[in-house]
Design a protein around this ligand. Structure first.
Ligand code: SF4
Ligand code: SF4
Length: 369
Protein backbone atom coordinates (compact mmCIF):
# COMPACT_ATOMS: atom_id res chain seq x y z
CA UNK A 1 0.00 0.00 0.00
CA UNK A 2 1.70 3.20 -1.15
CA UNK A 3 1.63 6.33 0.92
CA UNK A 4 -0.65 8.93 -0.59
CA UNK A 5 0.33 12.57 -0.55
CA UNK A 6 -2.94 14.46 -0.28
CA UNK A 7 -2.99 18.03 -1.60
CA UNK A 8 -2.76 20.66 1.14
CA UNK A 9 -6.19 22.08 1.95
CA UNK A 10 -7.46 24.66 4.41
CA UNK A 11 -9.74 22.18 6.17
CA UNK A 12 -7.13 19.43 6.36
CA UNK A 13 -9.48 17.17 4.42
CA UNK A 14 -9.64 16.56 0.70
CA UNK A 15 -13.34 16.99 0.03
CA UNK A 16 -15.28 15.76 -2.99
CA UNK A 17 -18.89 16.62 -3.75
CA UNK A 18 -20.87 14.70 -6.35
CA UNK A 19 -23.84 16.46 -7.95
CA UNK A 20 -26.12 14.05 -9.71
CA UNK A 21 -29.60 12.91 -10.56
CA UNK A 22 -31.24 9.75 -9.28
CA UNK A 23 -30.52 6.92 -11.71
CA UNK A 24 -26.97 7.88 -12.67
CA UNK A 25 -25.34 5.93 -9.85
CA UNK A 26 -23.68 8.70 -7.83
CA UNK A 27 -24.54 6.98 -4.56
CA UNK A 28 -22.59 3.87 -5.51
CA UNK A 29 -19.75 5.96 -6.92
CA UNK A 30 -19.47 7.83 -3.60
CA UNK A 31 -19.48 4.60 -1.61
CA UNK A 32 -16.76 3.14 -3.79
CA UNK A 33 -14.62 6.26 -3.38
CA UNK A 34 -15.04 6.07 0.39
CA UNK A 35 -14.03 2.41 0.52
CA UNK A 36 -11.19 3.01 -1.87
CA UNK A 37 -9.68 5.55 0.53
CA UNK A 38 -9.64 3.13 3.44
CA UNK A 39 -8.81 -0.11 1.66
CA UNK A 40 -6.29 0.86 -0.96
CA UNK A 41 -5.09 4.43 -0.46
CA UNK A 42 -4.08 4.17 3.18
CA UNK A 43 -6.25 7.14 4.11
CA UNK A 44 -9.10 7.80 6.48
CA UNK A 45 -12.29 8.47 4.62
CA UNK A 46 -16.02 8.93 4.95
CA UNK A 47 -18.76 9.01 2.37
CA UNK A 48 -22.48 9.52 2.44
CA UNK A 49 -25.20 10.62 0.07
CA UNK A 50 -28.16 12.87 0.31
CA UNK A 51 -31.26 12.27 -1.76
CA UNK A 52 -34.97 12.84 -1.55
CA UNK A 53 -37.56 10.42 -2.74
CA UNK A 54 -34.93 8.09 -4.20
CA UNK A 55 -36.55 7.98 -7.60
CA UNK A 56 -35.03 8.36 -10.99
CA UNK A 57 -34.74 12.02 -11.88
CA UNK A 58 -34.47 13.59 -8.44
CA UNK A 59 -31.34 15.43 -7.30
CA UNK A 60 -28.70 13.39 -5.48
CA UNK A 61 -25.55 14.64 -3.77
CA UNK A 62 -22.60 12.56 -2.65
CA UNK A 63 -19.98 13.69 -0.12
CA UNK A 64 -16.54 12.11 0.30
CA UNK A 65 -13.85 13.24 2.72
CA UNK A 66 -10.29 11.99 2.74
CA UNK A 67 -7.54 12.73 5.23
CA UNK A 68 -4.30 11.17 6.44
CA UNK A 69 -4.59 8.04 8.56
CA UNK A 70 -3.22 9.78 11.65
CA UNK A 71 -6.04 12.35 11.58
CA UNK A 72 -9.54 11.57 12.74
CA UNK A 73 -12.58 12.59 10.73
CA UNK A 74 -14.76 14.29 13.29
CA UNK A 75 -17.19 16.06 10.97
CA UNK A 76 -20.09 14.46 9.20
CA UNK A 77 -21.73 17.45 7.60
CA UNK A 78 -22.39 17.99 3.90
CA UNK A 79 -19.44 19.42 1.97
CA UNK A 80 -20.02 23.10 1.24
CA UNK A 81 -16.59 24.03 -0.18
CA UNK A 82 -15.43 21.11 -2.28
CA UNK A 83 -11.87 20.62 -3.52
CA UNK A 84 -13.35 18.54 -6.31
CA UNK A 85 -16.87 19.13 -7.60
CA UNK A 86 -18.27 16.55 -9.99
CA UNK A 87 -21.34 17.04 -12.19
CA UNK A 88 -22.78 13.77 -13.42
CA UNK A 89 -24.89 15.77 -15.85
CA UNK A 90 -24.29 19.23 -17.25
CA UNK A 91 -27.95 20.18 -16.76
CA UNK A 92 -27.11 20.56 -13.07
CA UNK A 93 -24.98 23.61 -13.87
CA UNK A 94 -28.29 25.49 -13.97
CA UNK A 95 -28.75 24.80 -10.28
CA UNK A 96 -27.07 27.52 -8.25
CA UNK A 97 -27.05 25.27 -5.18
CA UNK A 98 -25.15 22.61 -7.08
CA UNK A 99 -22.44 25.10 -8.06
CA UNK A 100 -22.19 26.66 -4.61
CA UNK A 101 -19.08 26.93 -2.45
CA UNK A 102 -16.41 26.62 -5.12
CA UNK A 103 -13.07 28.32 -4.45
CA UNK A 104 -9.73 29.00 -6.12
CA UNK A 105 -8.53 25.44 -5.53
CA UNK A 106 -11.68 23.70 -6.71
CA UNK A 107 -11.38 21.40 -9.68
CA UNK A 108 -14.58 20.77 -11.59
CA UNK A 109 -15.49 17.76 -13.70
CA UNK A 110 -18.55 17.89 -15.95
CA UNK A 111 -20.07 14.99 -17.81
CA UNK A 112 -21.14 16.12 -21.28
CA UNK A 113 -23.72 14.58 -23.57
CA UNK A 114 -22.52 12.62 -26.57
CA UNK A 115 -20.29 14.49 -28.99
CA UNK A 116 -20.36 17.84 -27.18
CA UNK A 117 -17.19 19.84 -26.64
CA UNK A 118 -18.50 22.55 -24.32
CA UNK A 119 -20.99 22.33 -21.49
CA UNK A 120 -24.36 23.98 -22.12
CA UNK A 121 -24.55 25.73 -18.76
CA UNK A 122 -22.32 28.38 -17.19
CA UNK A 123 -19.23 27.24 -15.39
CA UNK A 124 -18.75 28.91 -12.02
CA UNK A 125 -15.91 31.44 -12.10
CA UNK A 126 -12.99 31.53 -9.71
CA UNK A 127 -12.20 27.83 -9.79
CA UNK A 128 -8.84 26.21 -10.41
CA UNK A 129 -9.64 24.12 -13.49
CA UNK A 130 -12.57 22.65 -15.32
CA UNK A 131 -12.42 19.18 -16.86
CA UNK A 132 -14.96 17.54 -19.14
CA UNK A 133 -15.71 13.98 -20.14
CA UNK A 134 -18.26 12.48 -22.54
CA UNK A 135 -19.64 10.37 -19.72
CA UNK A 136 -22.89 9.34 -21.31
CA UNK A 137 -21.36 8.30 -24.62
CA UNK A 138 -18.55 6.30 -23.00
CA UNK A 139 -21.02 4.58 -20.70
CA UNK A 140 -23.11 3.51 -23.68
CA UNK A 141 -20.13 2.34 -25.70
CA UNK A 142 -18.65 0.30 -22.88
CA UNK A 143 -21.96 -1.06 -21.56
CA UNK A 144 -21.17 0.44 -18.17
CA UNK A 145 -22.82 3.37 -16.44
CA UNK A 146 -21.97 7.03 -16.04
CA UNK A 147 -20.90 6.46 -12.44
CA UNK A 148 -18.04 4.18 -13.50
CA UNK A 149 -16.83 6.61 -16.15
CA UNK A 150 -16.94 9.41 -13.59
CA UNK A 151 -15.06 7.25 -11.10
CA UNK A 152 -12.19 6.92 -13.58
CA UNK A 153 -12.30 10.64 -14.33
CA UNK A 154 -12.29 11.51 -10.61
CA UNK A 155 -9.27 9.29 -10.00
CA UNK A 156 -7.34 11.04 -12.75
CA UNK A 157 -8.23 14.58 -11.73
CA UNK A 158 -7.41 14.09 -8.04
CA UNK A 159 -3.87 13.25 -9.09
CA UNK A 160 -3.41 10.83 -6.18
CA UNK A 161 -5.60 7.85 -7.10
CA UNK A 162 -4.10 5.14 -9.31
CA UNK A 163 -6.22 3.49 -11.95
CA UNK A 164 -5.15 0.11 -10.62
CA UNK A 165 -6.65 0.88 -7.20
CA UNK A 166 -9.94 1.95 -8.77
CA UNK A 167 -10.02 -1.32 -10.70
CA UNK A 168 -9.52 -3.21 -7.44
CA UNK A 169 -12.42 -1.50 -5.70
CA UNK A 170 -14.59 -2.09 -8.78
CA UNK A 171 -13.73 -5.79 -8.72
CA UNK A 172 -14.56 -5.91 -4.98
CA UNK A 173 -17.86 -4.11 -5.38
CA UNK A 174 -19.25 -5.10 -8.75
CA UNK A 175 -17.25 -8.20 -9.61
CA UNK A 176 -18.65 -10.14 -6.67
CA UNK A 177 -22.28 -9.26 -7.21
CA UNK A 178 -22.42 -8.99 -10.98
CA UNK A 179 -19.39 -10.79 -12.44
CA UNK A 180 -20.72 -10.51 -15.99
CA UNK A 181 -20.84 -6.72 -15.70
CA UNK A 182 -17.26 -6.35 -14.49
CA UNK A 183 -15.54 -6.20 -17.87
CA UNK A 184 -17.70 -3.35 -19.19
CA UNK A 185 -17.39 -1.40 -15.96
CA UNK A 186 -13.61 -1.71 -15.90
CA UNK A 187 -13.56 -0.48 -19.46
CA UNK A 188 -15.79 2.46 -18.51
CA UNK A 189 -13.41 3.34 -15.66
CA UNK A 190 -10.36 3.09 -17.92
CA UNK A 191 -11.88 5.34 -20.55
CA UNK A 192 -13.02 7.83 -17.90
CA UNK A 193 -9.46 7.92 -16.56
CA UNK A 194 -7.86 8.29 -19.97
CA UNK A 195 -10.38 10.54 -21.71
CA UNK A 196 -11.14 13.18 -19.09
CA UNK A 197 -9.67 16.40 -20.44
CA UNK A 198 -9.09 19.98 -19.47
CA UNK A 199 -11.87 22.08 -20.96
CA UNK A 200 -10.79 23.67 -24.21
CA UNK A 201 -11.95 27.23 -24.04
CA UNK A 202 -12.71 29.23 -27.19
CA UNK A 203 -9.56 30.58 -28.81
CA UNK A 204 -8.21 33.76 -27.31
CA UNK A 205 -10.24 33.45 -24.14
CA UNK A 206 -8.90 32.45 -20.81
CA UNK A 207 -10.89 30.74 -18.12
CA UNK A 208 -12.09 33.96 -16.58
CA UNK A 209 -13.16 35.88 -19.68
CA UNK A 210 -14.92 33.03 -21.46
CA UNK A 211 -18.61 33.54 -22.18
CA UNK A 212 -19.14 30.13 -20.70
CA UNK A 213 -17.99 31.29 -17.30
CA UNK A 214 -20.56 32.58 -14.86
CA UNK A 215 -20.41 34.32 -11.51
CA UNK A 216 -19.55 32.30 -8.45
CA UNK A 217 -22.97 31.59 -7.01
CA UNK A 218 -23.36 32.58 -3.40
CA UNK A 219 -25.71 30.68 -1.22
CA UNK A 220 -28.67 32.55 0.13
CA UNK A 221 -28.48 35.82 -1.79
CA UNK A 222 -29.42 34.83 -5.32
CA UNK A 223 -32.59 36.26 -6.81
CA UNK A 224 -35.09 33.47 -6.63
CA UNK A 225 -38.15 33.21 -8.78
CA UNK A 226 -39.79 31.06 -6.18
CA UNK A 227 -39.92 31.65 -2.47
CA UNK A 228 -42.31 31.30 0.41
CA UNK A 229 -44.36 34.23 -0.87
CA UNK A 230 -44.49 33.26 -4.54
CA UNK A 231 -44.57 29.45 -4.52
CA UNK A 232 -47.96 27.86 -5.12
CA UNK A 233 -49.85 26.51 -2.18
CA UNK A 234 -48.32 23.22 -1.22
CA UNK A 235 -44.74 24.49 -1.25
CA UNK A 236 -43.69 22.61 -4.33
CA UNK A 237 -39.98 22.36 -5.03
CA UNK A 238 -39.36 23.82 -8.50
CA UNK A 239 -36.01 22.09 -9.09
CA UNK A 240 -35.30 19.41 -11.64
CA UNK A 241 -37.27 16.26 -11.12
CA UNK A 242 -39.96 17.83 -8.98
CA UNK A 243 -43.56 18.44 -9.78
CA UNK A 244 -43.75 21.96 -11.15
CA UNK A 245 -40.57 22.49 -13.13
CA UNK A 246 -40.33 18.76 -13.67
CA UNK A 247 -37.43 18.18 -15.98
CA UNK A 248 -36.49 14.55 -16.12
CA UNK A 249 -34.29 14.95 -19.16
CA UNK A 250 -31.04 14.56 -17.18
CA UNK A 251 -32.20 11.06 -16.22
CA UNK A 252 -32.04 9.85 -19.76
CA UNK A 253 -29.15 7.59 -20.57
CA UNK A 254 -28.70 8.75 -24.16
CA UNK A 255 -31.85 7.39 -25.76
CA UNK A 256 -35.21 8.97 -26.52
CA UNK A 257 -38.38 7.74 -28.19
CA UNK A 258 -38.62 9.27 -31.67
CA UNK A 259 -42.15 9.88 -32.91
CA UNK A 260 -43.05 9.08 -36.52
CA UNK A 261 -46.43 10.75 -36.65
CA UNK A 262 -47.49 9.44 -40.09
CA UNK A 263 -47.54 5.91 -38.70
CA UNK A 264 -49.50 6.70 -35.56
CA UNK A 265 -52.98 5.20 -35.31
CA UNK A 266 -53.81 7.10 -32.10
CA UNK A 267 -54.48 3.96 -30.13
CA UNK A 268 -53.30 5.62 -26.92
CA UNK A 269 -51.23 2.65 -25.73
CA UNK A 270 -48.15 4.83 -25.31
CA UNK A 271 -50.10 7.24 -23.14
CA UNK A 272 -51.38 4.53 -20.83
CA UNK A 273 -47.93 2.92 -20.62
CA UNK A 274 -45.78 6.00 -20.07
CA UNK A 275 -45.15 6.58 -16.37
CA UNK A 276 -44.52 10.28 -16.82
CA UNK A 277 -47.37 11.76 -18.83
CA UNK A 278 -45.18 12.59 -21.78
CA UNK A 279 -47.73 12.14 -24.57
CA UNK A 280 -49.85 15.10 -25.56
CA UNK A 281 -53.24 14.09 -26.90
CA UNK A 282 -55.62 16.76 -28.09
CA UNK A 283 -58.90 16.79 -29.95
CA UNK A 284 -58.35 16.37 -33.66
CA UNK A 285 -59.41 14.50 -36.77
CA UNK A 286 -58.01 11.08 -37.65
CA UNK A 287 -59.29 9.19 -40.71
CA UNK A 288 -62.22 11.56 -40.97
CA UNK A 289 -63.33 11.06 -37.38
CA UNK A 290 -63.06 13.43 -34.47
CA UNK A 291 -60.98 11.88 -31.71
CA UNK A 292 -58.07 12.44 -29.35
CA UNK A 293 -54.98 12.67 -31.54
CA UNK A 294 -51.39 12.19 -30.43
CA UNK A 295 -49.75 15.57 -31.04
CA UNK A 296 -46.30 14.84 -29.72
CA UNK A 297 -44.19 14.35 -26.64
CA UNK A 298 -43.20 16.55 -23.71
CA UNK A 299 -39.56 15.55 -23.62
CA UNK A 300 -39.03 17.48 -20.38
CA UNK A 301 -40.88 14.67 -18.69
CA UNK A 302 -39.42 11.76 -20.58
CA UNK A 303 -36.87 9.77 -18.61
CA UNK A 304 -35.99 7.58 -21.57
CA UNK A 305 -37.27 4.24 -20.27
CA UNK A 306 -38.52 3.38 -23.79
CA UNK A 307 -41.53 1.46 -22.56
CA UNK A 308 -43.60 3.37 -25.11
CA UNK A 309 -41.37 2.09 -27.90
CA UNK A 310 -41.99 -1.49 -26.79
CA UNK A 311 -45.74 -1.04 -26.63
CA UNK A 312 -46.44 0.89 -29.84
CA UNK A 313 -48.09 -1.60 -32.23
CA UNK A 314 -47.13 0.18 -35.46
CA UNK A 315 -43.58 1.40 -34.75
CA UNK A 316 -44.70 4.99 -34.62
CA UNK A 317 -42.28 5.29 -31.71
CA UNK A 318 -38.75 4.09 -32.25
CA UNK A 319 -35.60 4.24 -30.18
CA UNK A 320 -33.23 7.05 -31.15
CA UNK A 321 -29.97 8.48 -29.88
CA UNK A 322 -30.73 11.80 -28.27
CA UNK A 323 -27.50 13.32 -29.60
CA UNK A 324 -28.73 12.64 -33.13
CA UNK A 325 -32.06 14.40 -32.55
CA UNK A 326 -31.15 17.76 -31.00
CA UNK A 327 -34.35 19.44 -32.22
CA UNK A 328 -36.69 16.59 -31.31
CA UNK A 329 -39.53 16.68 -33.83
CA UNK A 330 -42.96 16.78 -32.21
CA UNK A 331 -41.54 18.13 -28.95
CA UNK A 332 -44.66 19.52 -27.34
CA UNK A 333 -44.43 20.80 -23.77
CA UNK A 334 -47.44 19.80 -21.72
CA UNK A 335 -49.90 22.65 -22.15
CA UNK A 336 -51.48 21.97 -18.78
CA UNK A 337 -48.34 21.55 -16.72
CA UNK A 338 -46.64 24.90 -16.59
CA UNK A 339 -42.97 25.34 -16.00
CA UNK A 340 -42.59 28.84 -14.64
CA UNK A 341 -44.24 31.04 -12.05
CA UNK A 342 -45.22 33.49 -14.81
CA UNK A 343 -46.96 30.74 -16.71
CA UNK A 344 -48.53 29.53 -13.55
CA UNK A 345 -50.03 32.91 -12.82
CA UNK A 346 -51.42 33.21 -16.34
CA UNK A 347 -53.16 29.89 -16.22
CA UNK A 348 -54.74 30.15 -12.82
CA UNK A 349 -54.74 27.83 -9.88
CA UNK A 350 -55.29 24.60 -11.75
CA UNK A 351 -52.42 25.25 -14.12
CA UNK A 352 -49.95 23.03 -12.37
CA UNK A 353 -52.36 20.35 -11.23
CA UNK A 354 -51.97 17.82 -13.95
CA UNK A 355 -52.24 14.62 -12.07
CA UNK A 356 -53.73 11.79 -14.04
CA UNK A 357 -56.92 12.09 -12.04
CA UNK A 358 -57.24 15.78 -12.93
CA UNK A 359 -56.82 15.11 -16.61
CA UNK A 360 -59.12 12.13 -16.53
CA UNK A 361 -61.73 14.26 -14.85
CA UNK A 362 -61.40 16.87 -17.58
CA UNK A 363 -61.68 14.27 -20.31
CA UNK A 364 -64.73 12.75 -18.67
CA UNK A 365 -66.33 16.15 -18.43
CA UNK A 366 -65.83 16.49 -22.14
CA UNK A 367 -67.14 12.98 -22.74
CA UNK A 368 -63.78 11.88 -24.11
CA UNK A 369 -62.90 8.92 -21.92
S1 SF4 B 1 -48.82 3.61 -29.17
FE1 SF4 B 1 -47.99 4.22 -31.15
S2 SF4 B 1 -49.76 4.20 -32.51
FE2 SF4 B 1 -50.57 4.18 -30.45
S3 SF4 B 1 -50.91 6.36 -30.00
FE3 SF4 B 1 -48.88 5.85 -29.26
S4 SF4 B 1 -47.52 6.39 -30.94
FE4 SF4 B 1 -49.55 6.28 -31.79
S1 SF4 C 1 -39.42 6.67 -22.92
FE1 SF4 C 1 -41.57 6.61 -23.46
S2 SF4 C 1 -42.58 5.59 -21.74
FE2 SF4 C 1 -40.53 6.19 -21.03
S3 SF4 C 1 -40.84 8.20 -20.08
FE3 SF4 C 1 -40.28 8.58 -22.21
S4 SF4 C 1 -42.19 8.75 -23.30
FE4 SF4 C 1 -42.66 7.79 -21.34
Amino acid sequence: MGKIELPETKSGYYEIRLESIGGLGANLCGKMLGELGIRYLGLNSTSFSSYGSEKTGTPVKGFIRYCRQDKEIRIHSPILSPDLLVFFHQALLKDEGACGGVHENTNLIISLDGGQKMPEGKIPAGIKSCYVINGQQIAMETHSRINMVMLGAIAKVTGFIDLEDVNRICADTIGKKYPDALKGNLEGIRRGYEEVRLLELPEGKDAISSDAIGEVPQRGNADREWGYATAPIGGINPKAGSTVAADLSPSRQGYIPVFIKERCINCGLCDSTCPDMVFQFQKGIYQGKEMMVNQGLDYYHCKGCLRCVEVCPVNALVQGLEAEHPDKDYFMPNQELLRSPEGYIKAGPDGYVTSESYLTEKRMEGGEV
